[in-house]
Design a protein around this ligand. Sequence first.
Ligand SMILES: Cc1cc2nc3c(=O)[nH]c(=O)nc-3n(C[C@H](O)[C@H](O)[C@H](O)COP(=O)(O)OP(=O)(O)OC[C@H]3O[C@@H](n4cnc5c(N)ncnc54)[C@H](O)[C@@H]3O)c2cc1C
Length: 500
Amino acid sequence: MNVQTQIDTTSPRTTEHFDVLIAGAGISGVGAAYHLTTQCPGTSFVALEAQKTFGGTWTTHRYPGIRSDSDLHTFGYRFKPWTSAPIASAAEILKYMGDVIEENDLASHIRYQHTITSAKWSSEENLWTIEATRTDTGEKRRFTTNFFWMCQGYYRHTEGYTPEWQDMAKFKGRIVHPQKWPEDLDYNNKRVIVIGSGATAATLIPAMAADCAHVTMLQRSPTYFRTGRNAIEIAEELRKLQVDEKWIHEITRRKILFEQDAFTRKTFAEPEAAKKDLLSAVEAYLGKDYDIATHFTPKYRPWRQRIAFIPDGDLFQGIKSGKASVVTDEIDRFTEKGILLKSGKELEADIIVTATGFNLSANGDIEFAVDGKPLDFADSVTYRGMMFTGVPNLVWVFGYFRASWTLRVDLVADFVCRLLTHMKATGAKKVTPELRPEDHNMPLLPWIDPENFNPGYMMRGMHLLPKRGDKPEWQHNQDYWAEKDEFPNIDLKDKAFVYG
Ligand SMILES: Cc1cc2nc3c(=O)[nH]c(=O)nc-3n(C[C@H](O)[C@H](O)[C@H](O)COP(=O)(O)OP(=O)(O)OC[C@H]3O[C@@H](n4cnc5c(N)ncnc54)[C@H](O)[C@@H]3O)c2cc1C
């Protein structure tokens, strides 16, 4: 680390330099830090995190029952075995991440309560200048770095997305967004409406059902869910045989990934059969008399939106017990007592939870500029969903929708470490992805094809995201099974990488 005094006397007064600067200390940022220490020893780096502690998503969200919706063998890192039940609570995930930080001595590399506000690239110096504000003192801090590794996730942590419904202000009870769960919220014996049908609603409802008078899941349209035991047989078997946890982790990962691959392919090749598999699992919990057609049968093909896993069918058990119910209808407006539906029915409530999603934030709300020119990522084309044309020495970690996010954290980290090692060996100071001559007539399309995947936050924010091309190099193909083989073989001498 090299601290130098600035000539100007305005705050910030000092600039610290690091070879690599990581934005965020969620599962991506901590993973990036681990890989840098192990694959690029001797590289100086810092991770700046806006919040008071690590964890990202798992620190921000504090609603009842908060848990993963994918298994931790694959949501966990490939290098650190997961040894408990596959669906994990936020507390368990934070403990796991804390262990990674402690075991690898990463704490001294992370600065908390540092919100990055701007990132400016200078081609003259081949450096990013990053400015951050300390959230506790308001103090401005300045850093320079050769390489900016964006691990700031994909949504705004400070506030969730709540649509504007008519007459919301008239409602006499409390309206709560799960991203800002009030510590003092008492829902004991209260009537609760949860608006939404995604993973958050599906987690909240069983967690609250026992204590509430009643909880209603109000959805405009249904969602697919997968359900089953919160256990993985092969892991249990291997554990009985006292197989080393490292092996269990790897074997279980392979088994899960093999099965997920087969299921994903089935959703494309035989969507009706895949749909039947999902719906019959729901029917096994709710019985034949339950109106699964209305409440749990989406109109879209499975996997066009994320499919949450419901461990031990707890959502369905809550419905079966009568403590929870589902209403599929549209909101006309809020009333003093609750919500008036388009069907004319009024749902009464003491608390309304708007589990209506996120605000996409592709750049961590950081003001970017390249050589004095403001940077709009939407004007760039993505290199494999992690780098951007015209933007030097920058990588963004954007995980998978249909597989665990962290699988890509590890893959991108291998790539970055290989790239940094290559640049060091060749003396390159910068690398900028650029379209090759053969790419110039390539059609430029939105970041993701809505026919392929279309969650609300993506559709609302697509205009903010970089463009994709129609070749594998110029898109985030959302296919872990292809990328796990492609990424290690990315040719760093390809003309798509312009070095300087
Ligand atoms: C409730 C919930 C459950 C989920 N469950 C799963 C799951 O089971 N499986 C799965 O694969 N995915 C899941 N996801 C998606 C999940 O967000 C990602 O998988 C993963 O946690 C993202 O990790 P990340 O580190 O990239 O980003 P985040 O977890 O979003 O962390 C980013 C961090 O960067 C910080 N940051 C942002 N901007 C700045 C800035 N300007 N300056 C400094 N710091 C900044 C934030 O404070 C945050 O701590 C879930 C998401 C939610 C909301």
